[in-house]
Design a protein around this ligand. Structure first.
Ligand code: 173
Length: 313
């Protein structure tokens, strides 16, 4: 009997230590060479340096570890505890995921006006996710083409899409082909697509500029890339771990000012690499929002109207 008690006490020790420090496996839905990963890496280093004895992040890798469109499900099910991804990649869990592209106010303001809490209410209920930090913000999407157009009409063109652009490009008459980012280059190279949607920043990451001839202006929506966590993992954290994670989440968001610089640099670099711009008027952008909110309202009567109120200027 005495022996057994001793054994239990010893066995309890590593358990107690583990409750102090927890490790989250994190995957990226974007390739490891992406600017988004480069932006996140120093954040993880700082997280781990400051989180000794509290919480650590173990970066597993990009889409080679978990395919882009399966990342959301993997976090929902707890296969990994965390991910860097965008809502368009996990609409299989809930249509609302893709509504984050429609935010017209920066994340700091979303935290003040209740949008952030609303997102978390939906993310918790519908996808077993905790929405932790938005790390790409105030960055428009654009349509990129290999062929010239002289009006906003994509009839006869095959365009690479994700849920972000689907309804807008379809409304302009495009034939749509959905691919993860990792397949865009090959699709362009083989002529499978005549263009693609992507933010203003990042087309150089996977050499798409080599195959791109035109960018259509203005941009539309607001590219969202965020850190999400499995909700069970979140609930199990001690108060100290939770406040540490929240502090790090805010620190990551505080760096969102860099996107303005990245966006300006990439705009210049696109021009330097010979990409011409095709410019349409503001009605092009207005149509992008109208089409997206109409689709959102259809997909979620429950949440789209309130999200629209909280996300709009
Ligand atoms: O893959 C995409 O075009 C996409 O949906 C996206 C979303 C946010 C940032 C970058 C790309």
């Amino acid at each position: 009997m005495k022996r057994l008690v001793v054994a239990c006490a010893v066995a309890a020790l590593p358990g107690a230590a583990a409750a102090q420090e927890t490790t989250f496996k994190l995957v990226s839905a974007f390739a490891e060479t992406a600017t988004y990963v480069k932006h996140m890496t120093p954040w993880i280093q700082k997280f781990n340096a400051e989180g000794k004895g509290v919480a650590q992040i173990n970066f597993i890798g990009g889409p080679k570890a978990i395919p882009t469109f399966e990342v959301g499900t993997s976090v929902k099910n707890g296969v990994v505890e965390m991910a860097m991804t965008t809502g368009a990649f996990y609409t299989n869990l809930m249509p609302e995921a893709d509504f984050l592209k429609l935010t017209q106010i920066p994340v700091a303001e979303q935290r003040r006006n209740g949008a952030f809490d609303y997102i978390n209410k939906v993310w918790n209920q519908k996808a077993n996710l905790q929405y932790l930090a938005r790390m790409v913000d105030e960055t428009p999407f654009h349509l990129y083409l290999t062929k010239k157009i002289d009006k906003p009409d994509l009839t006869g063109l095959k365009i690479r899409t994700t849920p972000v652009y689907r309804d807008f490009f379809a409304a302009m008459g495009a034939s749509l082909i959905q691919t993860p980012p990792g397949e865009v280059y090959t699709a362009l190279e083989r002529g499978v697509v005549d263009g693609y949607g992507w933010p203003i920043q990042g087309i150089f990451d996977l050499n798409w500029h080599e195959k791109t001839k035109f960018r259509v202006d203005p941009g539309f929506y607001n590219a969202e890339v965020s850190i999400i966590m499995n909700l069970d993992t979140w609930k199990k954290l001690t108060p100290a771990q939770r406040s540490f994670v929240e502090k790090q989440a805010l620190a990551l968001e505080a760096q969102n000012g860099v996107w303005k610089k990245h966006n300006e640099e990439d705009t210049k670099r696109q021009a330097q690499s010979g990409i011409q711009t095709i410019s349409f008027d503001k009605s092009y952008m207005d149509k992008a929002y109208d089409v997206a909110w109409a689709a959102a309202t259809k997909a979620s009567h429950e949440h789209a109207p309130q999200m629209r109120k909280l996300f709009s200027r």
